[in-house]
Design a protein around this ligand. Sequence first.
Ligand SMILES: [Zn+2]
Length: 255
Amino acid sequence: MKLSLSNGIFSKLKIKDNFDTVKRLGFVNIEFNMKSIKKEHDTDVYREQKAYATSGLKCLTLHSAVLHVKDPIEIHQAVYYGKISLECACALQAPLMTVHSNVSKKLPRNIREECLIEVFGQIKLFAKKLGIKLSLENLSFNSTGFGKNVEQLEEVLGVIDPKGEMGITFDLCHALETKVVDELLDKYGRRICNVHMANKSHHPFTEKKPELTHFLSALHQYAYDGPITLELENKTSMEDLAITKAFFDKLLKEY
Ligand SMILES: [Zn+2]
């Protein structure tokens, strides 16, 4: 398993400072979170590409910009977010992009299906063209989006991924908050290709809690060797980040 850091935690910094801060902490791998970009300017992608090329970092995954569509009128905007994120993933040579369902949990089922077909019809085509794999993330109960448990994720995947080609981004924080860790592991264990690692409320794990070792053992049994992406709340201090990194560097050697 490969330790990685979501750079969304430094989204307030300019991109070069963002990458420099990640490096100062000793991380080699990142998940590039689109929160770090001003989406109004499509050409920003060239700036990110340049900063990335000189950073020496390796972008294992990219977290898409996301809009949880609550009215079909917003479909074009969700498609735009998905496509500009794919452009950035391509520029940073990330082979995998994490996506949400992009639909609000408040939509009735028939409209939800219509929106899913429209949004992913376009995002999937573009991802295929660029050779980037999509990976659907489980959401928390307090998210505005749809897709917090197996029942909801199955509905989404049934519409957007009938051939079962997409991966799953397992967010441990969301799964703990929603109490669905085991049901997600049982259903999607073999499809996981990215992990968002945090305790509830996106607090860092800094010791061997049973829920953490249980989860890592399960991943190990599924022969998981992908990213363990620390996705932590913005308030996490540099000191706590350093402690968390040291803890996971040691812990992951056991799996
Ligand atoms: Zn996440």
